[in-house]
Design a protein around this ligand. Structure first.
Ligand code: 0RQ
Length: 503
């Protein structure tokens, strides 16, 4: 096929990954592409990790402050964490090596809403961006960049970085050209204007990213696959969670609170969201739309089967098989998928306007509907809040899905008080476990507790939670949101002490 680098100016900047990595200096703030394992740079981070290891062997200090769109892959987060090359990481990551260091207290991590990243950097909260490292699918004659399988914060990185390194990945489908919609209408307060997007499939921007060629210090050719998360088929628990949710959505349609083709779907990544998507297809829903961050296997299936008319996203998380399908039928998907910057894919203004149905996983929820998405036992971070808060607060329906227990039943996902709060009781409308669905809408706190006790908690923990609620309802200092403060977090402490939350 033809050369992906069609700008002669930028073709002259092609160098090896090692030569490109040499532009990055110790202490720099480096902003990279990548969102849930798609569209991240494949070669320069590995070369940088080797450079950092060499520096450490020579007794030199070499760490960077690393920003991305969201999670990346072993070749980026993994390699740089293993090399002890990251001083500070934001805004979201899922790498086991980085997680281990974060929880050991040796890697600083700032976990923020994904829609906040670009604007907080523009506001100057994070200082200067020294270097941007961005993967693209190609470079046009005029030097503009054809994004690859994620956009994330790339517009902001390219606009703000002092130096730019571009990776051109031949593995990405050339036919992806035209799928993107990069909005250049953002401004800083007090000069902001309404974002002119009224439907999930509106196009409001350009198909490529602009970059000042004078800032491009290196272009690197690569040919390597995205992370390709393996796909595990839905288990029984996921299917039961999905069935409760779908029954609820059908009920809402019958009541006239939702149209027959629902409202734009936002779906987190993982087994349970995949089961929900599969369940929607099987239940006869048609002509759906998605306004979401990540497209995973389930949404590709729905697009192919015509269940989903259109999907807006900023990145992908596909299995190897789904990735092949995506590349093979790229002309079909280009007509139905619109990729945006993450400040737009997750924009509160748009999520509120479109009235999304937000469906995300959680670690735990409490009697009153506060949700913890991030911290095990209140202190050990799992991944991060990601985009769940952007959608939870602003959606038409804010739904959280989880098995009722974790770690072989030694942990109840429904507890007296959450050990960390990401989504407050004010942001949560529905909680679903394999046992049932708690509808918290328009209910005061003690009625929300009743919903969770009656529908969500595992039977093996129900008497214990009933007992807490009953005693708290009698003895609490205030009766609005009853709690027994010395006991509120005792389930977590018991698990730390004994390995089980059971009394
Ligand atoms: O740990 O892998 O060590 O066994 O958490 O749990 O049940 O596989 O569920 O993959 O859906 O993850 C909240 C983490 C759920 C995820 C969370 C342990 C459990 C297991 C995974 P192991 P499951 P999921 C779109 C939206 C925030 C970001 C977000 C998440 C592991 O959904 O990161 O929503 N959400 N983004 O054992 C102790 C509990 C637990 C628990 C689960 N109560 N106590 N451990 N686990 N519940 C995407 C983006 O924003 C980019």
């Amino acid at each position: 096929s033809s050369d992906r680098i069609r700008s002669s100016l930028l073709r002259d900047r092609v160098v090896s990954a090692e030569a490109a990595a040499a532009f990055i200096q110790p202490g720099e703030t480096v902003a990279m592409s990548g969102f849930t394992g798609s569209g991240y740079p494949k070669a320069v981070p590995l070369a940088l990790a080797r450079r950092i290891e060499d520096a450490h062997v020579a007794g030199q200090d070499f760490r960077i402050r690393l920003m991305t769109g969201a999670s990346t892959a072993p070749e980026l987060d993994g390699a740089l964490a293993k090399a002890d090359g990251i001083a500070l990481r934001m805004p979201f990551q899922t790498d086991p090596d980085a997680r281990q260091r974060i929880n050991a207290g040796t890697l600083d991590y700032i976990d923020i809403h994904l829609s906040h990243v670009a604007q907080h950097v523009w506001f100057g909260f994070y200082g200067d961006i020294d270097t941007a490292v961005v993967e693209v699918a190609g470079i046009r004659e005029d030097g503009s960049l054809i994004p690859s399988t994620s956009i994330g914060n790339n517009k902001t990185w390219l606009d703000l970085a002092k130096k730019v390194i571009i990776e051109v990945n031949d593995w990405q489908p050339e036919g992806i050209d035209g799928m993107h919609d990069v909005y250049y209408g953002t401004a800083l307060p007090p000069h902001r204007k309404p974002i002119p997007l009224l439907h999930a499939d509106d196009r409001i921007g350009e198909t490529s990213l602009r970059v000042d060629p004078d800032k491009v210090v290196a272009v690197v050719r690569t040919n390597g696959p995205d992370r390709n998360s393996p796909f595990s088929p839905s288990d029984d628990t996921s299917k039961r969670i999905a069935a409760h949710l779908i029954e609820f959505l059908q009920h809402e349609v019958k009541k006239g609170r939702l149209p027959a083709n629902l409202l734009p779907l936002q779906s987190g990544v993982g087994n349970i969201p995949n089961a929900v998507l599969a369940g929607l297809s099987e239940s006869g829903f048609r002509d759906l739309a998605a306004f979401t961050e990540v497209i995973q296997d389930g949404m590709l299936d729905m697009l192919r089967d015509g269940v989903l008319r259109v999907a807006s996203c900023t990145g992908f998380a596909l299995s190897p098989a789904a990735n092949e399908e995506f590349k093979r039928n790229i002309d079909f998907y280009r007509e139905r998928i619109i990729m945006r910057t993450q400040e737009i894919s997750n924009h509160p203004e748009l999520v509120r306007r479109l009235g999304c149905i937000a469906m995300n996983g959680m670690i735990e929820a409490d009697l009153y509907g506060n949700v913890n998405s991030t911290h095990v036992m209140g202190s050990k971070i799992m991944n991060g809040i990601g985009g769940s808060g952007d959608f939870a607060r602003n959606s038409f329906l804010s739904i959280f899905l989880s098995p009722s227990t974790a770690k072989n039943g030694s942990i109840s996902a429904l507890v007296p008080m959450v050990s960390h709060v990401d989504h407050t009781e004010h942001d949560v409308s529905i909680i679903v476990t394999e046992h049932g669905l708690a509808d918290l809408r328009a209910l005061p706190p003690r009625h929300r507790a009743r919903q969770i006790l009656d529908h969500c908690v595992d039977p093996s923990y129900r008497p214990q939670l009933e007992d807490y609620f009953e005693r708290a309802s009698r003895a609490s200092f205030g009766k609005h949101t009853p709690h027994l403060l010395p006991e509120a977090l005792s389930w977590h402490q018991r698990w730390l002490d004994t390995g089980s939350m059971r009394a």
